[in-house]
Design a protein around this ligand. Structure first.
Ligand code: NAG
Ligand code: NAG
Ligand code: NAG
Ligand code: NAG
Ligand code: NAG
Length: 510
């Protein structure tokens, strides 16, 4: 498998007809290409697990307005990673992984028979192609070597769109393989010109250096300067944490659209009448009315499935919606906390915070009602506990990831804390470890550190193409019946904070 995901908020704005979502841990829209032509923006990609691979094409004249995007034109994709290219004669083409070329009808999605135009330099998985025309040449930029540490970018050119394509003698034109750079897995690039005609590139990259153990933010999109002289091959600058080159546009907040800025902290109080902020996302399509802003804050109706769920069990797999809402981890170091108003009345009702990569890879601190130890005096009377546990199991033949999962830990919630709101917090101790703690709002200064877990548990594993979400959940852990939890156990979140505490962009100790 060697598919690509752009971790753009873009992904959230699309819906495809009646698809209810995918069943896997990291399917859906893969490797979106965005293009602008004659005043229209186009986004093309393949949607995996729909249930087959389906090509999708969206258009908009105003990308900042969610409602301005078209529904998908779907097409029978012969491969993944479709690109869009308009030739001077008015014909429109798509190049796809392989590498193949097809003519595409933008209105109907009809494609001509695929023609194999290049195989790359001989490395595995020639994919993620993009086509450009400049100074009489068609340039074909592709990813090769697989998405892991060998990831690389190669280029070829031809005077005819169908080829033959001549490979650049200094390929790969961009890679960090075999280096000790902090940014690794650099590949799957695209090139564009800014409003002043300067060339830039973007590509995927993973932080954490060549040991490639701790990368909870998964693959990120990086920007780098490019120079491209007339008739020459382009020059792509090596991807590093700190680079120089063309001037960046001056910073401004005067940009259309409603979403929060990517680098802003989350400061959300969910006051009545407010909307759920647009950078908060779900995993799986949420059940109707399970998230709403109420006078008591953001209400999360628990899902019968917990975050892991039971694969293959249609009611408990989580496919019908998880009581989970989160935001991406966007900083190496951060502090996240929520104030929970949670009064469970039935055993196994639980609410908590999580660092979540997939249903198979997550780290949770919950408040849960459990039957107390039968050896205690009031045996079997339910009692509130903090429960810290990790899920790092295997799926789809992906090996269990290392990272020494700590054993599950259950600690009674102190009597004096019960009845009031409790703040749960996840904080990075450093770039490799998260610390989970709890504090009662009614007792200033009181706090309990409950667990520490390695970021390796949410790096790769069953989520090699995605990054971790930091969020809050409510579940009844399979109690109840059909799609319903026992009554009660709704969670109210009053105060949601996420603050970036630092970005690490180069190796600390060389
Ligand atoms: C999709 O295209 C492939 C070849 O590209 C063909 O083998 C297949 O039959 C097509 N499927 C449909 C549903 O048209
Ligand atoms: C790509 O490789 C296949 C299999 O070896 C070969 O048949 C085909 O001609 C190659 N395509 C190009 C454009 O070189
Ligand atoms: C990278 O490529 C080299 C040379 O082709 C190969 O030996 C190695 O197994 C590859 N490593 C990965 C992680 O794919
Ligand atoms: C991060 O903190 C953990 C827990 O205190 C510690 O075991 C680990 O060595 C630290 N890692 C780094 C890179 O400082
Ligand atoms: C999740 O819920 C199921 C019941 O639906 C339960 O068997 C399982 O133990 C729970 N997960 C964990 C990690 O406890």
């Amino acid at each position: 498998m060697s598919f690509q995901v752009f971790q753009y908020m873009l992904l959230r704005i699309f819906s495809i007809g009646s698809f209810a979502g995918t069943t896997g841990q990291q399917l859906g829209h893969y490797a979106a290409t965005i293009r602008h032509h004659d005043g229209v923006f186009y986004v093309i990609c393949v949607y995996l697990g729909a249930p087959a691979e389906t090509g999708v094409l969206y258009t908009s004249k105003n990308p900042y307005d969610e409602s301005a995007w078209s529904d998908a034109v779907t097409f029978n994709a012969s491969s993944i990673d479709p690109d869009l290219f308009w030739d001077d004669d008015g014909k429109v083409y798509s190049v796809l992984s392989g590498i193949t070329l097809q003519e595409i009808n933008l209105k109907t999605g009809d494609l001509s028979e695929p023609v194999n135009i290049w195989n790359g330099t001989g490395a595995v998985y020639p994919e993620g192609p993009h086509l450009y025309k400049k100074d009489g040449f068609y340039y074909l930029l592709i990813a090769e070597g697989g998405t892991e540490l060998n990831h690389s970018v190669s280029i070829a050119r031809s005077t005819k769109i169908q080829g033959p394509y001549e490979s650049y003698e200094n390929n790969p034109i961009l890679t960090n393989r075999g280096t000790d750079e902090y940014f690794q897995t650099v590949g799957h690039a695209d090139l564009f010109q800014d409003g002043d005609g300067r060339w830039w590139g973007i590509s995927l990259a993973t932080r954490g250096g060549p040991s490639w153990k701790f990368y909870p933010m998964g693959r990120e999109t990086v920007l780098f300067p490019v120079t491209w002289e007339r008739g020459q091959w382009p020059v792509l600058e090596r991807v590093r944490g700190q680079m120089s080159g063309w001037p960046l546009p001056s910073r401004t907040r005067n940009i259309p659209g409603q979403g929060p800025f990517n680098s802003d902290p989350d400061v959300y109080d969910f006051r009545l009448g407010s909307q759920i902020p647009r950078n908060l996302v779900h995993f799986r399509v949420p059940a109707k009315d399970s998230f709403s802003v109420t006078p008591k804050g953001l209400r999360i109706v628990p899902s019968r499935s917990n975050l892991t769920g039971i694969p293959g069990n249609s009611l408990l797999s989580g496919q019908n919606g998880l009581g989970f809402i989160g935001r991406r981890q966007t900083d190496t170091l951060f502090t996240y906390s929520v104030d929970l108003d949670f009064n469970p009345i039935s055993v196994d009702q639980e609410a908590g915070v999580t660092v979540f990569l997939t249903q198979m890879n997550h780290i949770d601190l919950g408040i849960v009602l459990l039957n107390s130890d039968s050896s205690s005096k009031n045996h079997q009377s339910p009692r509130l506990y903090f429960r810290f546990r990790t899920e790092a199991s295997t799926m789809d033949n992906i090996p269990v990831i290392p990272g020494n999962p700590p054993p599950p830990k259950t600690v009674p919630v102190p009597h004096s804390w019960i009845g009031g709101k409790i703040r749960l917090q996840v904080k990075t101790l450093n770039e490799t470890h998260y610390e989970f703690s709890a504090m009662p709002l009614s007792i200033p200064g009181a706090a309990m550190k409950i667990g520490i877990a390695s970021a390796q548990l949410v790096s790769g594993g069953s989520g090699t193409f995605v990054g971790s979400l930091i969020g809050t959940y409510a579940t009844c852990n399979g109690a109840g019946s059909a799609s319903k939890c026992p009554d009660g156990g709704n969670l109210y979140v009053n105060r949601w904070r996420y603050t970036g505490d630092g970005q690490i962009i180069s190796a600390i100790d060389g």
